[in-house]
Design a protein around this ligand. Structure first.
Ligand code: GRF
Length: 216
């Protein structure tokens, strides 16, 4: 069985979706850069080991990343999952876990890297929006895309209604991608991902067109 470490910063609903799905991943620990992260409590309640590593207690980004990398390396995971982890990781950190770090980002990359993705999608008048699971490369919110989930933007949407619609898809997309990774179904060829799943199932998970009812 493949093993993983999940990094979170807050609520941890994406972490929960992985733990509750049958992805074939043994979660060795949940680590948060915010000691008060609600997701840590839930992980503990499931008997999962947790580590709170306060980034504010470290003098530099590099010092924090080094400590984080040491904690992760100690656990020897096959996969490092950024599931709502709200910190930029340094190239040195990323280089320590090549092709083993997966991120979920709440937009259809390469549109809207960074923060406030839902507000920006609304401001730009996008008609579709969504989320992306990708392998992490040193550029922020870049790296080979494994899967994307698409939702409509509907009349009357605000930031929170759109965020909720996207989040429901995140909870399906991330476990699917983790499952493929664990099953050895993902190949990366010249920076492009190929997922070896029967077409019907891949379509279902990759485009996730009907993610929840319209907001109102
Ligand atoms: C998710 O939308 C994730 O994509 C983004 O922040 C949110 C975190 O939610 N980076 P949760 O902590 O997984 O509930």
């Amino acid at each position: 069985m493949k093993s993983g470490v999940i990094l979170i910063s807050g609520r941890g609903s994406n972490m929960r979706s992985i733990v509750e799905a049958r992805t074939g991943l043994e979660v060795k620990a949940v680590i948060s850069n915010r000691p008060e992260a609600k997701g840590l409590e839930w992980a503990r309640s499931q008997g999962i080991g947790t580590v709170a590593l306060d980034h504010k207690a470290h003098p530099t980004r590099e010092a924090f990343d080094e400590r984080l990398a040491a904690e992760i390396a100690r656990l020897e995971p096959d996969l490092v999952l950024l599931a709502g982890f709200m910190r930029i990781l340094s190239p040195a950190f990323i280089a320590r876990f090549p092709r083993r770090i997966l991120n979920i980002h709440p937009s259809l990359l390469p549109s809207f890297p960074g923060l406030h993705t839902h507000r920006r999608a609304l401001d730009d008048g996008e008609r579709v929006h969504g989320c992306t699971v990708h392998y992490v490369s040193p550029d922020v919110d870049r790296g080979p895309i494994i899967a994307q989930g698409v939702v409509p933007v509907v009349d009357g949407d605000d930031e929170s209604s759109l965020a909720a619609r996207v989040l429901a898809v995140e909870h399906r997309l991330l476990p699917a991608a983790v499952g493929w990774h664990c099953a050895g179904r993902i190949a990366i060829d010249a920076g492009r991902v190929r997922v070896d799943v029967p077409m019907g199932r891949a379509d279902d998970a990759l485009t996730v067109p009907q993610a929840g009812a319209p907001a109102r």
